[in-house]
Design a binder for this molecule. Structure first.
Ligand code: ATP
Length: 351
C-alpha cells in the first residue's frame, strides 16, 4: 500500500519559507494534483516527497513508514521532470533502464523485458533505439514516463510533465496519463500551474498559495464551492467576477448594494454577524441575458465595453459602474460595444 501522510510539512531555505506546515492524507491509488501560481511551493513539496529536498519540519510517511530521512531510492517512488531529464547520448531504451541496477535486484533480461513492456504501454517500441534529439517533445515525454514506469513504483511524482508540449499534444497526453493511471492504479502526485490540467486530471486538487494549502477538494467541488477568495479567482477561466458591495439588512432579508445594481441575496440568515460590506462573486457563465432567464429573476443593467468571440461562446466585458463584469453567453449573439444589456444572475450560484 502506498498511502501518503503529510503532517505539518515545512521547508525553509535560508530566509524563504517555501512550504509552510502543510497537512494532507493521500489515499492509495489516488491522483492528486498540486496547483498554484509560480513560487507557491508545489515543486518543493513534490521534491520533499521524492527525497530530493531535505525536510525542515513535520513528518512524511509513505505506506505507513516514516521516510523523512530515507534516500530517494529507498522510497519506491519515480519522478518525471518538466525538462524530461533524458541523457542525450543514450537511446530511449538506455535512458529507460539507466540506474535500474542500483534501485532493484532485477537481472539484465528482466530489465529489458520491463523496458519492452513499458514501451508497449506507451506505444513507443519503435522509438527505443532513437536518441532524444531524434524524438519530438511528446515522444521524449513518453520515454521519460517510460523510465518511471520501468521502476514499477508505488508512487508516481510528475512535475509539470506536459509544460514543454504544444496545446494539442498536451490534451492528448492528458488523456493518456489518465488512461495510464486507470490501468496502473498507482498513487500519483502531479504538479502544474495549469488549472485545466488540475481540473481534468485530479481525483482531488490541492490549491497552494504562498507555501500553504488553500483548499483540497475534488475538481467540481473546488469550482462550485471555493472556500477562499484566492481559490475563487484562481480556478475558472475566464475568472470569477469579484465585486465589492455594501450590505443592507431588512429583517432576515439581506441586500447586495452596488452603484450599478441591487439584489436580494438568498439565505440571508447566514449573515448573522451583519457585516456592512462584502465581496460578491459570480462566474461569467452564471450571468445571463434577462431575456433568457426565468421571469422572476432579479435583473440589472450593464453597458458592453468589449466582446470576445471564443468560438463556442461569446465573452462580454461590461461596465458595471466603476467595476467591470465579464459574462459568457451564446456564440453568435448580436451584441456590440456600447449596447446596454439587461442581465440576470443565477442566485444559487452566487458566492
Ligand atoms: P513554479 O511553478 O515556478 O515552479 P513552485 O510553486 O513549484 O513554482 P517552488 O519551486 O516550490 O515553487 O518554490 C517555492 C519558493 O521557494 C519560491 O519562493 C522559490 O524562490 C523558493 N525556492 C525554491 N528552491 C529554492 C532554493 N534552492 N533556495 C532558495 N529558495 C528556493
Amino acid at each position: 500500500m502506498s498511502e501518503i501522510t503529510i503532517d505539518g510539512l515545512t521547508k525553509e531555505f535560508d530566509d524563504v519559507t517555501a512550504v509552510e506546515n502543510i497537512t494532507l492524507d493521500i489515499e492509495n491509488g489516488e491522483f492528486i494534483v498540486f496547483v498554484g501560481p509560480s513560487g507557491c511551493g508545489k515543486s518543493t513539496t513534490l521534491r520533499m516527497i521524492a527525497g530530493l529536498e531535505s525536510i525542515t519540519g513535520g513528518e512524511l510517511r509513505i505506506g505507513g513508514q516514516r521516510v523523512n530521512d530515507l534516500p530517494p531510492k529507498e522510497r519506491n517512488i519515480a519522478m518525471v521532470f518538466p525538462n524530461y531529464a533524458l541523457y542525450p547520448h543514450m537511446t530511449g531504451a538506455e535512458n529507460m533502464k539507466f540506474g535500474m541496477k542500483s534501485v532493484s535486484d532485477y537481472t539484465d533480461a528482466e530489465i529489458d523485458q520491463r523496458v519492452q513492456e513499458a514501451a508497449e504501454i506507451l506505444d513507443i517500441p519503435e522509438l527505443l533505439d532513437r536518441r532524444p534529439k531524434e524524438l519530438s517533445g511528446g515522444e521524449r515525454q513518453r520515454v521519460a514516463i517510460g523510465r518511471a514506469l520501468v521502476r514499477e513504483p508505488e508512487v508516481f511524482l510528475l512535475d509539470e510533465p506536459l509544460s514543454n508540449l504544444d496545446a494539442k499534444l498536451r490534451v492528448q497526453m492528458r488523456a493518456e496519463l489518465l488512461q495510464l493511471h486507470q490501468d496502473l492504479d498507482a498513487t500519483t502526485l502531479y504538479v502544474t500551474h495549469d488549472q485545466t490540467e488540475a481540473m481534468t486530471l485530479g481525483d482531488r486538487v490541492v490549491v497552494m498559495n504562498d507555501g500553504r494549502i488553500e483548499q483540497v477538494d475534488p475538481p467540481q467541488v473546488l469550482y462550485d464551492y471555493p472556500e477562499t477568495r484566492f481559490v475563487a479567482e484562481f480556478i475558472g477561466s475566464p475568472a470569477m467576477n469579484v465585486i465589492p458591495i455594501d450590505l443592507g439588512y431588512d429583517g432576515d432579508a439581506v441586500r447586495a448594494v452596488h452603484e450599478a445594481f441591487e439584489l436580494t441575496l438568498p439565505n440571508g440568515d447566514r449573515f448573522t454577524a451583519r457585516p456592512p460590506s462584502a465581496t460578491f462573486g459570480v462566474r461569467p457563465e452564471d450571468v445571463s441575458l434577462a431575456a433568457n432567464a426565468p421571469a422572476d429573476a432579479q435583473t440589472f443593467e450593464a453597458e458592453v465595453s468589449v466582446t470576445e468571440p471564443l468560438g463556442e461562446s461569446l465573452l462580454i466585458h461590461c461596465y458595471l459602474g466603476t467595476d467591470e463584469l465579464h459574462i459568457k453567453t451564446e456564440a453568435r449573439s448580436a451584441i456590440t460595444p456600447g449596447d446596454t444589456l439587461e442581465l440576470a444572475v443565477d442566485e444559487d450560484r452566487l458566492h
